[in-house]
Design a protein around this ligand. Structure first.
Ligand code: PAF
Length: 287
């Protein structure tokens, strides 16, 4: 039987009215925030939300305040009709799709920032990015009022910052981490993958290869020297790709502090530019 079409809510006021009706009817809401250009990673979040809630709301909004590079914002794929069809097939009840001017008042002057967590990893080369993410996520959560919101772990730093934000602001919404979904060759699914030139697409698989190598070195060989291993991983990525490496870091998974000794909750994260396309990936280990 075909899934019913999701209702499209183009303004915060309409989304808020939908959320009020859901609350009045005692129905739980699972929320999947996206910027569109959906792939199977997003759909795995919808699937999880579908399994755990009465209603599933997804947002499709390319948030301008989180782009540090105007060119990147301009080129960000906008594929609403295809996104809507995928969301319908995955069983989404409502799509919050605010138009360009609908989310920020022209006189807006409120920002949400989460301490020093954005000062590491991606935040270093993307100034203002996490301020934009935190601000829009706070706005989305206060408009949609979900019981649970689903975030993919490919953007591990984003997930952790949002988790801290929801805790610190008592937003009353569980932030649910969801596993990274990968293509058959191991490349993490990303809306940016379609922009990779064929040669870069072949090389990009090395981001995943390097992380698997790190896991083997730590878990099988017992390597505990973070500096030594980070150097080894950097060399491996450099030798096998033409990518411009932004960072390859071994840090503590809660606060992103550099580790000398690999122990505890460990995050190994990488970001690299393949041509003009910036890709990220990571793995988290309990050592
Ligand atoms: O991960 C994303 O797609 C975005 O950063 C988010 C969470 C939808 C906020 O714009």
């Amino acid at each position: 039987m075909p899934m019913p079409e999701p209702v499209v809510l183009p303004s915060p006021a309409e989304m808020q009215a939908y959320a009020r009706r859901a609350a009045a009817a005692g129905r739980s809401v699972g929320f999947v925030p996206t910027m569109g250009a959906l792939h199977k990673g997003h759909l795995s979040l919808v699937e999880r939300a579908r399994a755990e809630n009465d209603l599933v709301v997804a947002s499709v909004y390319v948030n301008p305040t989180q782009f540090d590079n105007p060119e990147d914002l301009k080129k960000y794929p906008r594929t609403f009709d295809a996104d809507k069809a995928l969301l319908a097939k995955a069983g989404t009840d409502a799509i919050f799709a605010p138009g360009d001017g609908a989310m920020y008042d022209p006189d807006a002057r409120t920002w949400v920032e989460v301490g020093d967590l954005p000062d590491r990893l991606c935040g270093l080369s993307r100034p203002g990015h996490f301020r934009g993410v935190c601000t829009v996520v706070t706005k989305l959560l206060s408009i949609v009022r979900p019981d649970r919101a689903y975030f993919g772990l490919k953007d591990y730093q984003q997930f952790r910052i949002v988790e801290v934000l929801a805790r610190d602001l008592n937003l009353g919404c569980a932030i649910v981490p969801c596993p990274i979904v990968r293509e058959d060759d191991g490349l993490a699914c990303s809306s940016r993958n379609v922009r990779l030139a064929p040669a870069h697409r072949r090389e990009a698989v090395w981001l995943n290869n390097v992380l698997r190598h790190a896991e083997a070195r730590i878990l099988k060989d017992g390597e505990r020297d973070a500096l030594k291993l980070a150097g080894e991983l950097y060399e491996l990525l450099e030798r096998n790709t033409s990518a411009e490496i932004d960072y390859l870091a071994i840090v503590d998974a809660l606060h992103f502090a550099d580790l000398r000794k690999i122990e505890g909750e460990v995050l190994i994260a990488a970001a690299a530019n393949f041509g003009k396309v910036r890709l990220i990936d990571n793995t988290r280990l309990s050592v």
